[in-house]
Design a protein around this ligand. Structure first.
Ligand SMILES: Nc1ncnc2c1ncn2[C@@H]1O[C@H](COP(=O)(O)OP(=O)(O)OP(=O)(O)O)[C@@H](O)[C@H]1O
Ligand SMILES: [Mg+2]
Length: 504
């Protein structure tokens, strides 16, 4: 095809013990948004890393603008006009926004080729303004929120005038408004004739902004097509190899006694007057837009953040945790939202990650009983269908979604009585998502009390017995499973109390 800007032929990539890519083909055209889809560990990010000089392919051809290329560094790829927003954060927290954006492609000015910070700062400010971001170019990245940090990564990719822009799950950390901004940017790039590769596990995104798609499964090319000519079912069948019957398999179960009661809980400047209770066997959904304060409430219950007023009663007794250790002693488990920084220790094995919270009970005289460690790992690792070369490999060799599964396995293995899940299926593929849902639902049926924070409405609606909605640090509504409908929930999430009709 003459209009192809980037073409992959028969790309294969081996890592020790694993064939990450196996004869992959891909045709990328200018002015087109090309979705790359497939399950966790299918090879999507590996392909991105080959295109951007992070990894070399074991064999196969990369043909860019009609010529065979082999990028050995990210800078080489950038200079050629290929840039990427990677799945994992690649910012330097101690540097400013400007420094991060121009890292690796500094602007030089003056006679002696000195760096021109003034110019870089000016260009950064203009870029941030064009993206309608209210961020100061001099702010240190460590002082930005997750969503803002992600937008800066996107700004960095755009600061390079590239012909191919690759986005690896770009929306996973963004708020609703920023997602809209990103769509706008993608459409602008498309209009300017750029080629965009877009990786996502969210079908609404794929149908919203992608024109074309290619499916990978187990490192193999499965097929491709026009988005407009295919259904979600078609894509799922290609990704998983079969069709999925049920996305939110909620088992009906009796709700038991109250286990947790939160009364008028406040944390100065963060959330106010939060009151709810939780029963054994119940799944309590917490919906809200990113930034509504749900995570902060959960962190307070888990003893990480401070409570300024209000009471928590646990199993009928006053509970005031001062640390996560206090919460864990009470058999509360918390799966954090930001798993890359809080959840998984990348330079530790999968087995050690999964057993970390129970390391004391698995050890005698400071020595870990490796048989016991293995048993726990195999049980929970298999349950979560973690795809890896073995349980002893470091977590940093896992795909993004599989790292998340490790964190889920780790907390489930502590056999908690109260399980708090913060965005449990973010970045997790469609089949595993259904597996996680089925699993949580079964545990609840056995009496586990679950709080599930999620920004995915179908997930909250499909899984919860009761739904609490938050907006800007306050509860705006509470719905029973039967009363909940998406319009009313969204109204409440945008701050409309009256529309909620709950028990406020
Ligand atoms: N540096 C590495 N060393 C060893 N194995 C690796 C490395 N990077 C990736 N892999 C393996 O290659 C396979 C493909 O991983 P990749 O990250 O490309 O998946 P992905 O499709 O991006 O998945 P996800 O949707 O979870 O992000 C996985 O089995 C992963 O464990
Ligand atoms: Mg990936």
């Amino acid at each position: 095809m003459s209009d192809t800007v980037l073409k992959l032929e028969n790309i294969t990539k081996f890592f020790p013990g694993i064939k990450a890519l196996d004869g992959v083909h891909l045709n990328i055209r200018p002015g087109e948004v090309h979705a790359l889809i497939g399950e966790n560990g299918a090879g999507k990010s590996t392909l991105v890393k080959i295109l951007t000089g992070v990894h070399l392919p074991t064999s196969g051809r990369v043909i860019y603008k009609g010529q065979d290329v082999s990028f050995k560094t990210a800078i080489e790829a950038q200079d050629a006009g290929i840039t990427a927003i990677h799945q994992e954060a690649s910012m330097f927290p101690e540097l400013s926004v400007t420094e991060n954006i121009y890292m690796g492609h500094h602007l030089k000015g003056g006679k002696f080729g000195a760096l021109s910070w003034r110019q870089m700062r000016k260009k950064t400010a203009a870029l941030l303004e064009r993206m309608e971001l209210d961020i100061n170019p001099d702010t240190l990245v460590k002082n930005l929120g997750v969503a803002q940090r992600h937008m800066v990564e996107i700004a960095k990719a755009l600061s390079i005038d590239a012909d191919v822009v690759i986005m690896d799950e770009p929306t996973s950390a963004l708020t609703l408004r920023e997602v809209e901004d990103l769509y706008k940017i993608v459409r602008q790039l498309k209009k300017a004739g750029k080629a965009i590769i877009f990786i996502s596990h969210k079908f609404d995104e794929i149908f919203e902004i992608c024109d074309y798609f290619t499916v990978l499964r187990d490192g193999k090319y499965i097929g491709e097509g026009l988005v407009a000519e295919h259904s979600i079912d078609d894509m799922v069948t290609m990704m998983v190899g079969r069709s999925l019957d049920q996305m939110y398999p909620k088992s009906e179960a009796g709700i038991g006694d109250e286990i947790l009661n939160v009364d008028n809980l406040s944390s100065d400047g963060v959330f106010r007057n939060i009151s709810f209770n939780l029963h054994k066997g119940e799944i309590l959904g917490f919906f809200g837009l990113v930034g509504a304060g749900r995570t902060e409430v959960m962190r307070a219950i888990f003893g990480i953040d401070k409570i300024t007023s209000g009471n928590i009663t646990l199993r009928g007794k006053k509970y005031h945790p001062h640390s996560a250790g206090d919460a864990m002693k009470q058999q509360i488990a918390y799966v954090p939202e930001d798993r890359q920084t809080q959840g998984v220790i990348l330079e530790m094995s999968i087995a050690r990650n999964i057993t970390l919270p129970q390391i004391e009970s698995l050890s005698r005289g400071g020595i870990i009983n490796s048989k016991a460690e293995r048993e726990v790992t195999v049980e929970y690792g298999s349950m979560m269908e973690i795809k890896a070369a073995g349980w002893q490999v470091d977590a940093d060799t896992l795909s993004g979604g599989n790292q998340q599964k490790v964190v889920l396995a780790k907390w489930l293995a502590t056999k908690p009585q109260i399980l708090i899940l913060d965005e449990p299926t973010k970045g997790i593929d469609v089949a595993t998502k259904a597996a996680v849902h089925r699993f949580v639902s079964n545990l609840a049926a056995e009496g586990l009390a679950v709080i599930m924070v999620s920004s995915e409405l179908p997930e909250v609606l499909g899984m919860s017995d009761r739904i609490i909605v938050m907006h800007e640090g306050e509860m705006t509504a509470e719905f029973s499973r039967d009363d909940a409908d998406s319009d009313r929930i969204i109204l409440a999430a945008t701050g409309h109390r009256t529309a909620a009709g709950g028990n406020q």
